[in-house]
Ligand binder design. Structure first.
Ligand code: FAD
Ligand code: DLZ
Length: 524
């Protein structure tokens, strides 16, 4: 048998990867930095640096284990700058009969792979708890796909937080103990600072040179680029953050980007940490008595429940899922999503933190930048590409269902039973932004009124036909109906004036930072 070429993608950096586990001793392992992957959306420079630095360290680790590794660096003269072309070039160069790759996490790449003529073998990705065929079997025949039902099944299947047949602590879900707002006296743990070795410093220089026009700063780069660094982050989270994770999971801080969140999604998504070991570390903390059940259950639910659930939905529904737009949203993105120049304090801080760290926590993504885009009617395509670009953990299998489904409700309620729309009142309750804001969160109309308020009511009016019969929205539509028409008109006008004042990206790819990106996404 001629030796295979094993292509390891930048988000597959795990020694236990299916293709590596079964690799013959003479296999050539290829890791390829290519401009094509850096540019199909304008990724945040920290995301590109994370992937490249982690790839370079992983190649070194593989060599240390005795593997023959070919590493295509971005500035190699003979680099094709496209993943699939480059792998085919290397297969020819090394006389490999077959190219093996674990199923990529994005449809665009899988679709391209399936159309290739060379001898590609696509191997299932088993770094998840739930194989895709099991998810499809679970979904089969169900009228509604609800995370909570799926999650309970996953708890039973994995035994995580299970005591015989019963959930630990006597309940499946402890969210009633969570959801506390920000408090002035909270002391947030500082994440570990990772040393930048020569490889990482070289990558930072490379990214600075080649991706200078992309939105995002490199200066604060502090992502784990090796498994060892990722384990340091995991230990830090379990010791210092997990005990308070549940309580303050939904809180938003004007100053602190991470609060008690794990900041582990990027490491898990690129293969430096296994979701199972992360869940088991949290479970052990509970049984040691180091973290309460509401925190541990809430945390495990995010990974065993939401993370697996959105992946299942993605592969079940793609490629049609990406075209969904049930609320008929047609606006481009507000231009300030690319420069953080807005006087809405909550948005400004979420965007600044995103720019500086390639990170914003879930509630900032869902209830600040996401909620604002939902209320304004930003079209899924524009918002999804933004989320895919700006976060270090962003890969389409997880980003798209969260954005299109959870945030924009563009799938008609497949992923979530109601839109997560909210007025300024919610942001004021959960955060300390509003007291720094030029707008008054208590006002709905008038020059100083918080724009979230009128946008919220205008959104509800606009989509009444579709949403008012939703049992979870009945209460709020009751309030809307009780309002006098005069007040409703004033709110509508206020929202319209605000929307007119925004600088919108009218066509995708219009801004300098986006020029040319659209064309690089799929083979013609
Ligand atoms: P924590 O809050 O500490 O949560 C722990 C872990 O749970 C995370 O590391 C993550 O692996 C998992 N998790 C939590 N919520 C979700 C969720 N809704 N879906 C899937 N996994 C979840 N997550 C990504 O990994 N990549 C993305 O591209 C991504 N895009 C998102 C886009 C939008 C619009 C929204 C609302 C959410 C998105 N999420 C995404 C989910 C979530 O916001 C991030 O996983 C989380 O903020 C990562 O930070 P953390 O590790 O500190 O998470
Ligand atoms: C995100 C990314 C970037 C920026 N660059 C590369 C790269 O140069 N080489 C590579 O193998 N992978 C990269 N990735 C990750 C891929 O985009 C990812 O594997 C696919 O989107 C599938 O999830």
């Amino acid at each position: 048998m001629p030796k295979p070429l094993i292509l390891v993608l930048g988000d597959q950096l795990s020694l236990d990867l299916a293709t590596l586990r079964d690799a013959p001793a003479d296999a050539v392992i290829a890791l390829c930095e290519v401009a094509g992957e850096g540019r199909y959306v304008p990724h945040h420079p920290q995301k590109i640096a994370l992937i490249f630095a982690a790839m370079r360290h992983f190649a070194r680790r593989l060599r240390g284990k005795g593997w023959r590794v070919h590493y295509s660096a971005l500035d190699d003269d003979d680099n094709c700058q496209d993943l699939l072309d480059e792998a085919e070039r290397l297969a020819a160069l090394y006389g490999c009969g077959e190219i093996r790759v674990v199923r990529p996490g994005e449809w665009r790449l899988l679709a391209r792979l399936r159309r290739r003529k060379a001898n590609w073998a696509i191997v299932e990705d088993d770094r998840f708890f739930c194989p895709l065929e099991d998810f499809a079997a679970w979904a089969e025949g169900r009228e509604q796909l609800r995370m909570e039902n799926f999650y309970r099944q996953m708890r039973r299947r994995t035994g995580l937080l299970m005591e015989d047949d019963a959930p630990a602590g006597g309940q499946w879900n402890f969210d009633h103990d969570n959801r506390q707002p920000i408090r002035r006296d909270l002391d947030f743990p500082t994440p570990p600072v990772h040393r930048r070795d020569t490889l990482t410093r070289q990558v930072l220089g490379l990214v600075e040179t080649h991706f200078a026009g992309h939105f995002g700063e490199l200066e604060a780069f502090n992502w784990p680029v090796t498994r060892r660094q990722a384990l340091v982050d995991l230990r830090h989270f379990i010791t210092h953050c997990l005990p308070d994770f549940g309580r303050y999971q939904d809180a938003i801080s004007d100053t602190h980007p991470t609060l008690f969140h794990a900041r582990l999604s990027a490491a898990m998504n690129i293969g430096l940490l296994e979701p199972r070991e992360v869940c088991e570390a949290a479970e052990s903390a509970y049984y040691r008595g180091d973290a309460p059940i509401n925190a541990v259950e809430g945390f495990i639910r995010q990974i065993l429940g939401w993370r697996e659930f959105v992946r299942g939905i993605y592969w079940l529904k793609m490629p049609a899922y990406k075209r969904e737009n049930r609320l008929g949203a047609e606006r481009g993105l507000p231009a300030f999503y690319w420069n953080a120049e807005t006087d809405l304090r909550c948005l400004r801080r979420a965007l600044e933190m995103t720019r500086d760290n390639a990170y914003a926590h879930h509630i900032q993504r869902l209830m600040v930048t996401g909620n604002f885009a939902l209320l304004c009617g930003v079209k899924p395509e524009a918002l999804c590409d933004w989320y895919l670009a700006v976060y270090a953990d962003a890969f389409e299998w997880v980003e798209l269902p969260n954005t299109l489904g959870m945030v924009l409700h563009a799938d008609g309620g497949l992923l979530g039973s109601k839109p997560y729309c909210a007025s300024g009142k919610y942001i004021d309750r959960m955060s300390d932004h509003c007291r720094h804001c030029r707008y008054d969160v208590k006002q709905v109309t008038g020059e100083n009124a918080c724009p979230f308020n009128s946008l919220y009511w205008a959104f509800l009016e606009r989509h009444a036909e579709r949403l008012e019969s939703n049992p979870r929205m009945k209460l709020i539509y009751g309030s809307l109906k009780r309002m006098k028409e005069e007040k409703r008109r004033a709110m509508r006008d206020q929202a319209s004036r605000f929307l007119e004042s925004i600088d919108w990206e009218t066509a995708y790819g219009q801004g300098d930072h986006l020029q040319g990106y659209r064309d690089t996404r799929e083979d013609p």
